[in-house]
Every structure is written in C-alpha cells, then in structure tokens.
Design a binder for this molecule. Structure first.
Ligand code: FES
Length: 595
C-alpha cells in the first residue's frame, strides 16, 4: 500500500510517517539511539546522514538508502519504504489475570426505583422524589448537575421508573430500568493497555480488549516520555489526548460487542505506573524527571471522566489507584492487591517484569519495593533481531546438538526473537557450553565472526527465510536488563537480611513473566534460585487489581493501605549498588564477578 502526502521541507521522516498514520517503532523517543526506526529511501531528496545514523547503520545499509526516520528529514519529493520490522505492530497483550473474590461493597450502587407521579397534593420536585427513596438518605444526596438536568424528561419518558447510580451519596448516573450499569477497569501500561468491561451490578466480566499504548510513538520507556513532556507542553498534551482517544475507542468497541452503550459506563478505575498516571491526568512531570523524582500526588485521585474527555456516562468518575513513589505506581499496588501478596505467611517476593520492573519483598507485614530500570531489551530493543511478542517472534528455544529447535508466536516463519526466546536461548547456550558465565560466546559450529565479534546463528537465512542471529552485543543488553532486576532483588533480600532459599513464594506477574521459563531465568541468574513449585505466574495481576478496585470500596481502602505501607528503596542511593549490579550481570545462578 502506498501513501502520498505533502509535508513542510525539513520535517523528519518519523513526523511524516506519524502524520500519515504510519506508526514506526521508536524505543528512544526519536533521539537516534535505539536504531529501530529504519526506513529505506528509494529516491528523492533527504538530509545527509547524521553522526547518530552513521553510528547506528552499516555502511552498506546507508549506501542502499537505509536511514533512521527520526534523524532524516525531507528536503524535496521523495519515496520512502517502511520495512515490516520498523512498523509498530500489534503484539500479544495479556488481558487475562487472576480470578479473585470481590467483596460486595460497591463504591457505586445501582438502585431501581418506581415513583408516584406528582399531583397537586404532592408537588415535590422530580429529583427530590428520587432522593427521598434512596435508602432514606434523601437529605444528604448530592447530584451531578448533568444528571440533575436530565431528570425531568427522563422520568416522564420512562413512566416514573428508572435506575440510579449512587456513588457514596452522589447520584452519578440515571438509566432506564432495563439498561445494565457498566464499569470499566484499565491496566494502563507503558507499552500495552488492557481494558475490561464489567457489569457493575453483579460484578461479572463482560469482555476485555488489549490495545497498544499509542504514546509509544513518543518513546517506549517511561523516561523518554517524561523527557518529551518536559521539553514540550504540546507533546505532553498530545500524549494525554491520544491515550484518551485510544481508551474511548476501546470502550466503544467493547460496549458495541455486547450491545451496550458507553453512556452506560458509571465508573472507571485505572491502574498505571506513576508516569502513565500523570500523563493521563495531565499532571506536571518535571519533578518526576529530576532527582529526587517526586510524584505530583500519591493518594488516590478521583475525577469526573468528562474532565479528561472520556466519553462514558456524563456523571461517571475515574478512580486512579494510588501511587507509591516516582517510579512505583498504582499498577504495582494493584498487582500486590490482586495476588494477595500482603496477606501471605512467610517471605514473598513479587515482581512485575516490564520496561521498568517493580519488585516487592514482603516479610512479617513489612513491605519494601524497588524499581529496576531493566529497560526494553525484553521487548526487543537494542537486540539486533529483537522484537516484541508479535507474530513470527521466536518465543521458545531448545538446543539439540547443532540444531536449534524453536517455536514462534502464531507459529509463523521466524522474523526475530522476543524476550522469553532470548532468555531460553542464552540459558541453552550456557548449558551447552557455547557461552561462559561472563557472557562471552565460545567456539561452536553455529558461531561465526562478523565485524570482529562472534555471533550465534539461530536461523540460517536463504530461500526466503530471514536470518536471525544473536550477537555478543545482544548478550550484553540481556545482561544489563537481567542484572538490573537481580540487583534489585538482592538489595531487597539484603534489606531484610534473608537468603533466596528462604523465599516461600516467588510471584511473577506481567505478560512477559507469564511466558518466561522460570528455570531458565534462574539458570542465567535473572531470578533467584527457589524450588520451582514455589513460583507462581499470575498473569496480568495489575488488571485484576484494577477490576477489584472498580467493584469494591474495601479494596480501594486496601490499595491505599498498601501504598502507604510499602517502603520504597531508592537503588541509586543504596551503598555499593554499582558493584552489586556488575556482579549481577554475570550469567551465573548466584551473582559473582566473571572474568
Ligand atoms: S533511533 Fe529513531 S526512534 Fe530511536
């Protein structure tokens, strides 16, 4: 498919693509560092290669017209081809989570009513009639003005019957009696968003949809987006607008699937990390991007959905789960709440692996959390053939002699390797003696040299097959990512003075965590060694936590308590952290220096 459009001279190819509705991968937020936005200029006038492009692209590539879209700009008419791997494709998004018990203490109660029509003898106001029957609490009832103004016409249209949504003592919705009152819960991730539609009256889940966070066009990690928002207010506003638009589309699509209307949504609950929380609400992020990285607010925020531009019921509120600190937010709270990590006996280690990995250690009622800058390597960034868990990604690997046995997402032909495949491959190379614990690739029939560096051929190219290799540089990226996670875990173990063998339960949350082979993750020293039966994969626990908070006032109290109780440990300030991090980069089950 070809798209033609006109742009100002000097517009970056990335900007041109974005305006034309073509989303490119942009892991570094357009700073020319990730090398993922490669396009091919087939003909035409574009700016000369920048030093960043010369560093990121091969000489042959540049001769063939390869350019970084974020660095090159149009100077005149040009024809540009976008290769499939540079397109920001959809990926496997986990929306299933734990089944959890929900206490019947709804923050929003839905009550059917039937009124006596007014008469000369009984000329009470329309809304007062409704308030009068609400649990005998008529005198304290408050009204959302938008709902109040709809009362007279609605009552007459519905023959004095209807349904109100009562949020504590405020009427936030008015529906015909036959209509189902709905609720929406959202796990707002940096990369992925899971949206759940629930029947607010009986609490059951109607459906769920996973979508990509459109803000990733502004950078795939939290820091890139914060720095974009710090540099430009219009970028911050745009990031807010596009994520709201994406939520509106997902809610409309979900409601449509079940024959419902978005206007029936009476409450929305959202769990996100602190940066996603702030960008959604349009809160300033400057203080988040500078030491000591302070959030604008940690307490739960409740705002009218319409103030954010969410096209749901006119009186509906959005409840944002509380944050813990600048880099530990409501999604961590939701995850801890959903897997009841805080109620367990013994020592519990819970981690939600992502671009930022949050880890919590719980022992005897004390909870400490860290945020590990694990980076997007498990999402495929900085890995030569790295990609997300999209169709064609190698997700499982086994080595048998000189053969590589693998499976791909969607069982299609291999085009790259995703996080779980990367962990498997490195573990297998260690097992087979193709790599030492320092990460150095050793001699092997599948190992060859390229540019003076060794690389392991995972898939041989040719006959229409795309070659996939694992380079020495890729292994370093994996070591950085897994070293950050393990160092965070070691800090927490040290804070509590316990050893990994004392961990009674190791909870792994998040989409990547679900597909991660725990045994391999232990072998490469990413996770501490615990008996496999103590490992529990809980899927998208943050989404489950958001659903619990939608339906239960008690769970909202619990979320607030968790956010107050968790002690945040700042890794950068931890004595000796850098040395610990270096030793955790070794591919050994226990952190150590490898030479
Ligand atoms: S190099 Fe262009 S977006 Fe990262």
């Amino acid at each position: 498919m070809g798209i033609s459009d006109t742009f100002e001279q000097g517009t970056s190819l990335m900007e041109c693509a974005r305006s034309a509705g073509v989303e490119l991968v942009s892991l570094c937020g357009g700073e020319g560092r990730c090398g993922k936005c490669v396009v091919e200029v087939l003909e035409g006038e574009v700016s000369p290669p920048t030093p960043r492009e010369l560093a990121a692209l091969s000489h042959e590539g540049i001769l063939r017209g390869h350019r970084l879209a974020c660095q090159a700009s149009v100077l005149g008419p040009a024809r540009v081809m976008v290769p499939a791997e540079s397109l920001s494709t959809s990926q496997r998004i986990q929306i299933e989570g734990l089944d959890a018990e929900v206490p019947p203490d709804r923050p929003v109660r839905c009550l059917n009513f039937r009124l006596t029509p007014p008469s000369t003898e009984d000329p009470a106001g329309d809304a007062d009639r409704i308030a009068g029957i609400l649990d005998g609490r008529g005198r304290h009832i408050r009204w959302d003005l938008r709902i109040l103004e709809s009362v007279p016409a609605a009552l007459r249209r519905w023959s004095w019957r209807g349904k109100v949504a009562l949020r504590y003592n405020e009427v936030t919705g008015l529906l015909p009696q036959e209509a189902v009152a709905l609720g929406v819960a959202v796990d707002l991730g940096t990369t992925k968003i899971a949206v759940y539609l629930l029947d607010l009256e009986d609490g059951h889940l109607l459906g769920a949809q996973g979508i990509m966070n459109p803000q990733r066009a502004y950078g795939e990690d939290v820091m890139s987006r914060i720095s974009m928002a710090m540099q430009s207010t219009s970028a911050a506003k745009e990031m807010q607008r596009i994520v709201i638009e994406a939520l509106n589309q997902a809610i409309t699509a979900l409601c449509g699937q079940y024959g419902q209307e978005p206007q029936q949504v009476m409450e929305v609950s959202i769990a996100g990390n602190t940066a996603m929380h702030h960008l959604l609400l349009g809160l300033p992020v400057d203080q988040l991007g500078r030491a000591p990285y302070v959030p604008a607010v940690c307490s739960p925020v409740e705002v009218k959905a319409r103030e954010l531009g969410l096209a749901v019921g006119p009186g509906a509120y959005v409840y944002m789960l509380p944050n813990i600190a600048g880099f530990v937010g409501g999604d961590h709270v939701a995850m801890l709440m959903a897997c009841s990590a805080t109620d367990k006996e013994g020592i519990v280690l819970a981690l939600d692996i992502g671009t930022n990995t949050e880890v919590c250690l719980i022992s005897e009622g004390t909870m400490k959390s860290v945020s590990c800058a694990s980076g997007p390597a498990f999402e495929g960034a900085h890995i030569k053939y790295g990609m997300r868990a999209a169709p064609g990604a190698i997700e499982r690997v086994k080595l048998q002699g000189q053969d590589v046995i693998f499976s791909t997402v969607g069982d299609g032909p291999p085009v790259g390797i995703c996080g779980s495949g990367l962990v498997d491959l490195v573990a297998e190379m260690l097992r087979e003696g193709i790599m030492d614990c320092s990460g150095r690739i050793l001699e092997h029939p599948r190992v060859r040299k390229s540019g003076g560096q060794r690389e392991f051929v995972v898939v041989e190219g040719g006959e229409g097959r795309r070659e996939v290799v694992l380079t020495q540089g890729d292994i370093r990226q994996l070591q950085l990512a897994k070293g950050a996670i393990r160092a965070g875990i070691e800090v927490l173990l040290d804070e509590f003075g316990v050893g990994s063998q004392e961990i009674d339960e190791l909870i792994v949350a998040g989409a990547f965590g679900t597909y991660l082979d725990a045994q391999n993750a232990m072998l490469i020293g990413m996770l501490p060694q615990v008996p496999l039966q103590r490992v529990r994969h809980v899927g998208n626990a943050a989404g489950t936590g958001a659903r619990l908070a939608l339906l239960s006032g008690g769970k909202r109290m619990e979320a607030r308590e968790i956010s107050n109780r968790v002690n945040y440990v700042e890794l950068a300030a931890w004595p000796g952290f850098n040395d610990l991090f270096v030793s955790c980069m070794s591919l050994a089950a226990q952190p150590r220096m490898c030479h």
